[in-house]
Ligand binder design. Structure first.
Ligand SMILES: *Cc1c(COP(=O)(O)O)cnc(C)c1O
Length: 360
């Protein structure tokens, strides 16, 4: 059985090279006689794996020394609660930018802990745009401003970083982290579930500026305190060791590809190709404003929705899987993270052209 092109939004494709390496080390890591899965997280072997992964992500993202990188569990969804718990610091409210389904989930969870000011929303145009920054009604007394740089379901992405002055900026980067270079200095907290662009599910990366750590609201679970995890090197309890190891192999792979500058070029090119194919046809449509189309998740509809199931069936036969759009959006969605090779995008475009010819 050969590999197929998997357009899943997450868990998503991983670089084949990474999985082959993991497979070759599966039962005996570096002559230790053990699988990484069997190692004590406090043993010297795993500690070396963990430290290498951290230093590699610091290098590829140019993470400044005054930021901690935490390797946690609980998913990005856990961070929807952890962010207010760790960052409120005596304030009563936080600002949220609502650009779609994941923003909404973050807002709903934050409401359990604080007053949420939705400073801007694109709900009125069905989340196909990003509200202009000049129209945001930010509250200067907010504890932080939260936004979702890439909406995985709607396919809407910020190609710029909001300016929130002295108020810390918090970003749910689950589906866009490592897709291009970003200036970490502009953020208070960056968090991401691993299963899109980092590695296997079960790992959550949090990058947090040190001065924001250590003043949690009363009742914050120990496991959710950035201070506990920062002090313990993310090993207060047993971390997700195997996911951490695979993430480390992915970071090495990114370095080998030429780092985030190169990933950004490749990703932009892949996305441009697919959007051109969609825009140049009368059969396919992507509803998102051109300035904020995602490089990672590309939703599209067919002019005749009753052909959706035929499209999906024939796509599978062509080795192109998991193209069905999110249940809330319908239509199709192609997720093309770092591990999706350009050939996969080309194969999709060829298939779409052929399907259009035969069915339009
Ligand atoms: C997938 C995703 C989530 C949910 O992540 P979990 O790790 O499953 O909790 C949250 N936000 C965004 C933007 C996502 O893409």
């Amino acid at each position: 059985m050969s590999r197929i092109y998997n357009f899943s939004a997450g868990p998503a494709m991983l670089p084949e090279e990474v999985m082959k390496k993991a497979a070759s080390e599966m039962t005996d890591w570096h002559n230790s006689g053990m699988s990484v899965m069997e190692m004590s997280h406090r043993g010297k072997e795993f500690v070396s794996i963990a430290e290498k992964a951290e230093s590699d992500i610091r290098e590829i993202m140019s993470i400044p020394d005054n930021y901690k990188v935490l390797f946690l569990q609980g998913g990005a969804s856990g961070q929807f609660a952890a962010v207010p718990m760790n960052l409120l610091k005596g304030k009563v409210g936080a600002d949220y930018i609502n650009t779609g389904a994941w923003s909404k989930k973050a807002i709903a969870e934050a409401k359990n802990y604080c007053e949420v000011n939705v400073a801007a929303t694109s709900e009125s145009d069905k989340f196909t745009s990003i509200p202009d920054e000049s129209e945001w009604s930010l509250n200067t007394d907010s504890a932080y401003v939260h936004y979702t740089p890439n909406e995985t379901i709607g396919g809407v992405e910020f190609h710029w970083i909001p300016d929130t002055g002295r108020v810390p900026l918090v970003a749910d980067m689950s589906s866009t982290i490592l897709s291009r270079p970003i200036d970490v200095n502009r953020y208070g907290v960056i968090y991401a579930g691993a299963q899109k662009n980092i590695g296997p599910a079960g790992l959550t990366i949090v990058i947090v500026r040190e001065d924001l750590i250590g003043d949690e609201i009363a009742g914050t679970p120990t496991m959710f305190k950035y201070s506990t995890m920062a002090k313990a090197g993310s090993m207060y309890n047993t971390p997700p060791t195997y996911s951490w190891y695979i993430a480390g192999l992915v970071f090495e792979w990114i370095k080998k590809q030429g780092g985030l500058e190169k990933m950004g070029e490749i990703n932009r090119n892949k996305a441009d190709k697919l959007y051109s194919a969609i825009d140049n046809s009368d059969f396919y449509n992507n509803p998102v404003d051109k300035e904020c189309r995602s490089w990672m998740n590309i939703p599209f509809t067919l002019a005749k929705p009753d052909l959706d199931s035929r499209f999906l069936e024939q796509a599978i036969s062509a080795g192109l899987v998991t193209l069905k759009g999110h249940r809330s959006a319908g239509g199709m969605r192609a997720s093309i993270y770092n591990a999706m090779p350009e050939e996969g995008v080309d194969a999709l475009i060829t298939f779409m052209g052929k399907f259009e010819k035969e069915n339009a």
